[in-house]
Ligand binder design. Structure first.
Ligand SMILES: [Fe+2]
Length: 209
């Protein structure tokens, strides 16, 4: 429930800031985000709340309509190889990666991230657009925490080498259905840097030194 719900939220946020976004996808995405923010934690906390669950299903469909018209971005580019190579459930991979990609995309999507943040927390109308946009990162982290999404992939029983990360980044760059629609043009080095923020690396050093 948490993983698929978070996937719907990622669909909405990615399509809202994607390059092909337009007023139709904006409307669908913002409404989906608003509904998921309210009802996903409620559904997760109370699995028998069918009213909340119904709202999550509707929001998921709105988000699907948004990304089928507006495309996705590099959250999905990075998550697909994590699922294909390491078996991470799709929504879980997206959920872990999302805050890092918002941080990466901030300079390219400041206004839109600020719009989302201010919709969630209206008090952010009193701070600058840059500050409001940046605040979306802890807001998303808080939401993910409330549905027990981990902050990184340290639960995977795998020590990621530079070669592993290079391979993942190459896969991500070849995810042509998503990578080209990201609001900030990403090169392989950027993708590797984002992976390194969420993958357990240098585990041996941490343990033995
Ligand atoms: Fe997805």
């Amino acid at each position: 429930m948490a993983a698929t719900g978070a996937d719907a939220l990622v669909h909405a946020i990615e399509s809202y800031v994607s390059l092909p976004a337009n007023p139709f996808t904006d409307a669908l995405a913002l409404q989906a985000i608003r509904m998921l923010w309210t009802y996903l934690p409620q559904t997760y906390a109370h699995a028998d709340n069918l009213e909340a669950r119904g709202q999550v299903h509707l929001a998921s469909t709105l988000a699907g309509m948004s990304f089928s018209l507006g495309g996705l971005g590099i959250v999905h580019s990075l998550s697909h190889p994590m699922s294909a190579r390491y078996g991470v459930p799709h929504g879980l991979a997206n959920a872990v990666i999302l805050p890092k990609v918002i941080a990466y995309n901030l300079p390219a999507s400041t206004e839109k991230y600020a719009t989302i943040a201010r919709m969630i927390d209206p008090s952010l109308h009193s701070v600058s657009m840059q500050q409001a946009a940046k605040t979306l990162i802890p807001l998303v982290e808080e939401l993910m925490h409330s549905i027990d999404i981990p902050q990184d992939f340290s639960h995977l029983d795998h020590h990621f080498t530079d070669e592993d990360i290079a391979q993942l980044a190459e896969d991500a760059m070849n995810d042509h259905g998503t990578v080209h629609y990201n609001p900030r043009k990403a090169v392989k080095d950027d993708i590797e840097a984002i992976y390194k923020k969420v993958l357990p690396v240098n585990i041996d050093e941490k343990i033995y030194h």
